[in-house]
Design a binder for this molecule. Structure first.
Ligand code: DHB
Length: 512
């Protein structure tokens, strides 16, 4: 369903790219037509210009990953669309902190149809095993999100059908290794690449249609973490040298809004947070984790949480390890269950409540305790420590590899557990951890160039990380006066996205 792009002429961009090497070729597109089912189930015929595998840095390390696709709507349901000033969805497809490439995509969102299980992208990323790390594994295209019916959700497709410009960047990831055995996609490569891609888009203002001051980022899991980080760290000079090294365009990398689904972030504090949240839950094999380790990690969380001095949303006081359970239940879990139950038919609600007697349903509101909620979730996904595994087997150990070292410890606790009490973290790690964590950009020294709009989503049954991770992110942004829209999908697991249509509408509202 195509036809090839513009005949000729019409180059001569309005904007100025920083160098010719990074000038977007407006004429290098294919015209594609596809049918996209929107979030309300209505089909739309969308004709769009598809620009494929555009290298976004002047000195690429690996073009397969350091390239992006652009989709520009031309006609929707037969009506011409002018996307000149449309919002730009900047949708990464990173999963598991693995490499992500869009170079083989056949259309927006990876190509293929939308609304069908597996119908989206060639998605190896739906639920990457955090501990798998064979080199050459690629999570590519699409974003692996699932709706309540178990179908694939493609935000890029939904955005295109709404008339937005869609940019899909690839990025290096942790498993990439060159012939010399050097790991060239470990932290902070992925965030440097995404920033370079934003700079490329902005430096091509006028060549790439869309409003470069209305870039909205999206991502899920590791991609959600990177989306949050992109939003929090906009224009931070801490990345300048790394960006210069790959020949990034000389332009702002600040973005307007962040969409983040189940962000796996704040990694150096995630082991403690995980034990605070899921410490008493057994693993899927039915065994309890080492309770001595779990307890030590939990006390680290208490210390960290106190140091943040974050206030909860809606007037809740300072969040601590002692009151966070109450906060999560009142602010997030009960409203989530309430929304879920309220949307059911009377008969379905009745049978759900009969099967889940821990919920008290009264006055149109669900109530329950944190302990019962934990029992309801059941098995925890990870063992302990969840992120900095003692045996270096976690994906995050590989993420913080360096040079020819595939995997390292990145917390003092796990390092010393293995190597003794006088062991020291490698000296580069504190800076690298900072470059990978949105929290310091919101708390220690709030970044004035951060995004001011946050859309954060998470399934209540997602135990890939602690529920405090997203809630802290939301609380930190809220404390700075940013707009925060954060809610949980009831009974949904890792990677869920059951309100994609609301996100598309949210973009319209905040960019208006
Ligand atoms: C992802 C999941 C994890 O459990 C993790 O530790 C890191 C990333 C992911 O799905 O992207």
């Amino acid at each position: 369903s195509s036809g090839t792009g513009a005949a000729s002429g019409g180059s001569g961009a309005a904007g100025a790219a920083s160098s010719d090497a990074l000038a977007f070729d407006e004429d290098a597109y294919t015209t594609l037509t596809t049918t996209i089912t929107d979030a309300d189930g209505a089909d739309h015929e969308v004709e769009y210009r598809f620009y494929k595998a555009v290298t976004y840095v002047a000195a690429p390390v690996d073009e397969k990953y350091q390239s992006l696709n652009v989709s520009v709507p031309v006609r929707i349901d037969g009506t011409a669309v002018d996307a000149t000033d449309a919002p730009i969805l900047f949708a990464n497809s990173v999963g598991g902190y693995m490499p992500s490439s869009v170079a083989d995509a056949t259309g927006v969102g990876g190509g293929g149809a939308t609304g069908m299980p597996g119908g989206g992208a060639p998605s190896a990323s739906a639920s990457p095993s955090p501990s798998s790390s064979a080199s050459g594994e690629v999570a590519s295209g699409g974003n692996g999100m699932v709706n309540a019916q178990g179908g694939m959700v493609s935000l890029p497709k939904l955005a295109l059908a709404a008339g937005y410009v869609v940019v899909e960047p690839g990025a290096r990831g942790r498993t990439l290794v060159d012939a010399d055995g050097t790991y060239y996609g470990v932290a902070p490569a992925a965030i440097v690449d995404l920033k370079a891609a934003v700079r490329y888009v902005r430096s091509n203002k006028g060549r790439i249609p869309g409003d470069v001051d209305r870039i909205v980022s999206s991502g899920t899991s590791a991609g959600g973490a990177l989306s949050s980080l992109l939003g929090a760290s906009g224009d931070s000079p801490l990345y300048d040298k790394l960006l210069a090294a790959i020949g990034a365009a000389d332009a702002s990398d600040a973005i307007f809004a962040t969409g983040a689904w189940c962000p796996i972030t704040d990694l150096e504090h995630a082991d403690g947070a995980y034990e605070w949240n899921w410490g008493t839950n057994a693993t899927s094999s039915g065994s309890a984790v080492d309770q001595a380790v779990s307890k030590e990690l939990r006390s680290q969380f208490a210390e960290y949480q106190a140091s943040l001095r974050l206030k909860g949303l809606n007037g809740f006081g300072t969040l601590t390890a002692r009151n966070y359970d109450e906060y999560l239940v009142r602010q997030y879990m009960e409203p989530s269950a309430t929304r879920y139950l309220a949307a059911l038919s009377d008969a379905d609600r009745k049978s759900y409540l009969a099967a889940n007697t821990f919920i008290t349903w009264s006055g149109g509101r669900a109530r329950f305790s944190w302990a019962d909620f934990l029992t309801h979730v059941g098995a925890r996904k990870k063992s302990t420590p969840a992120f900095d595994a003692f045996d270096l087997s976690a994906g995050e150990n590989n993420l913080f590899g360096k040079g020819t070292t595939k995997a390292r410890h990145f917390t003092l606790y796990s390092l010393r557990h293995e190597n003794g009490g006088s062991a020291r973290l490698d000296s580069d790690l504190p800076a690298t951890l900072h470059l990978m964590n949105p929290m310091p950009f919101l708390t220690e020294k709030p970044n004035p160039h951060r995004t001011k709009h946050w859309w954060i989503r998470l399934g209540t049954k997602d135990s890939d990380t602690s529920h405090t991770v997203s809630a802290n992110l939301a609380a930190a942004a809220n404390a700075l006066g940013d707009e925060v829209d954060h809610l949980y999908y009831w009974d949904e697991g890792h990677g869920a996205n059951t309100d994609p249509g609301d996100f598309i509408k949210w973009i319209a509202r905040i960019t208006n």
